[in-house]
Design a protein around this ligand. Structure first.
Ligand code: 3PG
Ligand code: MG
Length: 397
């Protein structure tokens, strides 16, 4: 794993300065309202510390993957929620992008001690190209730069990577905590270290599985990705989602697990239906004998009991990805059961990824997990051992 070097927030002089802060406010919205503000709350300690130290804040974030300025991806609802959480007005103006002339005028007029949120950085097509001219304009909004956007640290974009080369900089408190906690998982996890991976695609998790198989004691696989492994072992998975072009990769991972002496558990049974919208024909089948027409949509009762028993003696647990089609109840049962189990463990527990964190929040268990990572892709790439450009670009102290 890579060793990162960066200044901490306390090592950066901010009093009386304009501080440009990259945050990850890429939050879910519904009807123009923020439906989960975990990522906004997670940035508050850094923002509060900077304000208490006499800084003026200019914040930047992306939201979604817009193609140019798109009204539904404006940051207005985010500015509103941030203002309520901070207990301070947040200056925001809807514009065509973070570098428009209206935005420049607005940002440069920020009064001392104020908080300004720039418009969605991805409204500007130069953002994802890490364009130096855009980075130069963004850097012009501040005298120093703080990166607290762990969730976007795996992206080499103008607002994450580009600006870091142009201003004195530091890691925010959230970024620092994510690096510390996830770094501990790779370096010296308390053993037994057990990992639960779910979600739809094996192909998204190959890198992290390869790396973790060298570190962990046991792996529990759920979600639709399990069926690719089950089919690779010769099981009949009916109409379950399978990535046929990943079957060989799945076989390779099963072989790696056995040669690394890691037990890799697949769900013994599945809750199945003909479609997630038709729970009326829900039936439980062995996961390797699912009849034609039926899809495995959630872990079955035997699978959950086995995962629970296997996790009981863990001292460290990392969980990423739902165990079933969480967004279609009753196929959220397995994911919710695992959320309860992980929360109740007497172990150091880390949960990452939007859906698994949402399951923890929906069950009101957030205070019983040691670390809820704000990174989905970023936490996976970190645990894969990849270099995250948003962190690597920060200067050495
Ligand atoms: C995320 O939600 O994973 C981050 O905010 C990064 O978003 P992206 O995957 O659209 O780059
Ligand atoms: Mg993502």
């Amino acid at each position: 794993m890579r060793n990162y070097h960066y200044r901490t927030l306390d090592e950066l002089e901010v009093t009386g300065k304009k501080v440009l802060v990259r945050v990850d406010f890429n939050v879910p919205l519904e009807n123009g309202e923020v439906t989960d503000d975990t990522r906004i709350r997670a940035a508050l300690p850094t923002l509060r510390r900077l304000l208490a130290n006499g800084a003026t804040l200019v914040l930047m974030s992306h939201l979604g993957r817009p193609q140019g300025p798109e009204a539904r991806y404006r940051l207005a609802p985010v500015a509103e929620r941030l203002s309520a959480l901070l207990g301070q007005a947040v200056r925001y103006q809807a514009t065509d992008g973070p570098a428009s002339s209206a935005m420049q005028e607005f940002a440069l007029a920020a009064p001392p001690g104020s908080v300004t949120l720039l418009e969605n950085t991805r409204f500007d097509a130069r953002e994802t190209k890490n364009d130096p001219e855009l980075a130069r304009i963004l850097a012009g909004y501040g005298e120093v730069f703080v990166n607290d956007a762990f969730g976007a640290a795996h992206r080499a974009h103008a607002s994450t990577e580009g600006v870091a080369h142009l201003l004195p900089n530091a890691a925010g408190l959230l970024l620092e905590r994510e690096i510390t906690v996830l770094g501990e998982l790779l370096r010296r996890p308390a053993k037994p270290f057990k990992v639960i991976l779910g979600g739809a695609k094996v192909s998204d998790k190959i890198g992290v599985l390869r790396n973790l198989l060298e570190i962990v004691d046991e792996v529990f696989i759920g979600g639709a990705m399990a069926y690719t492994f089950i089919k690779a072992r010769g099981g009949e998975v009916g109409a379950s989602l399978v990535e046929n072009d990943s079957l060989e990769l799945a076989t390779g991972l099963l072989e790696q697990a056995s040669s690394s002496m890691v037990s890799l558990h697949l769900p013994e049974d599945s809750r199945c239906a003909t479609s997630p919208q038709h729970p009326d024909d829900l039936m439980v089948f062995p996961s390797n004998r699912i009849p034609a027409g039926f899809r495995g949509l959630d872990a079955g009762p035997k699978a959950i009991a086995a995962f629970q028993a296997g996790l009981a003696d863990a001292h460290t647990v990392f969980w990423n990805g739902p165990l079933g089609m969480f967004e279609f109840p009753p196929f959220d049962a397995g994911t919710r059961a695992i959320a309860q189990t992980v929360a109740a463990l007497d172990a150091f527990t880390v949960v990452g990824g939007g859906d698994s964190v949402a399951a923890v929040n929906a069950s009101g268990l957030q205070d019983q997990i040691d670390h809820l990572s704000t990174g989905g892709g970023a936490s996976l790439e970190f645990l894969e051992g990849k270099t995250l450009p948003g962190i690597a670009a920060l200067s050495r102290p």
